[in-house]
Design a protein around this ligand. Structure first.
Ligand code: AMP
Length: 114
């Protein structure tokens, strides 16, 4: 999508601090980190949010979770643990309409979320 900031990051048109990249998935540091580790993992193709996951694109979602597991191992996040969050829609606080998974670690997280 032309005006989507995460599409532009995926294409390299906007800089990001890349953590991981392959043909279909990109992971980069969040601009406004909410924890010592705060990484966004996105599909390169434009999918608006979790509401748009279906059998035509779910393969990339499965791959995203493989990437999350790889990053967690690579950055040694497994001992203390980590949280994966995807906000979908207004009440959940989604502010960028390109599906993304927040990978958060490095401090305790409350439950239930606020
Ligand atoms: P959400 O509110 O769940 O839609 O999450 C969007 C996230 O994208 C927020 O945590 C923002 O800090 C982050 N964000 C927005 N623009 C950028 C950017 N250019 N580079 C990195 N992270 C960004």
């Amino acid at each position: 999508m032309n005006d989507c900031i995460f599409c532009k990051i995926a294409k390299g048109e906007i800089d990001s601090q890349k953590i991981y990249e392959d043909d279909t998935v990109l992971a980069f540091n969040d601009l406004d980190p909410q924890a010592p580790t705060h990484i966004l993992v996105i599909p390169k193709e434009h999918i608006e949010s979790a509401k748009d996951i279906n059998e035509s694109n779910s393969q990339v979602i499965a791959h995203i979770f493989e990437v999350i597991s790889y990053i967690a191992g690579d950055l040694s996040l497994n001992d203390d643990g980590f949280r994966v969050v995807s906000n979908s829609g207004e009440n959940a606080g989604q502010s960028v309409n390109h599906l993304h998974f927040h990978l958060l670690s490095g401090r305790p997280f409350a439950w239930p979320p606020g």
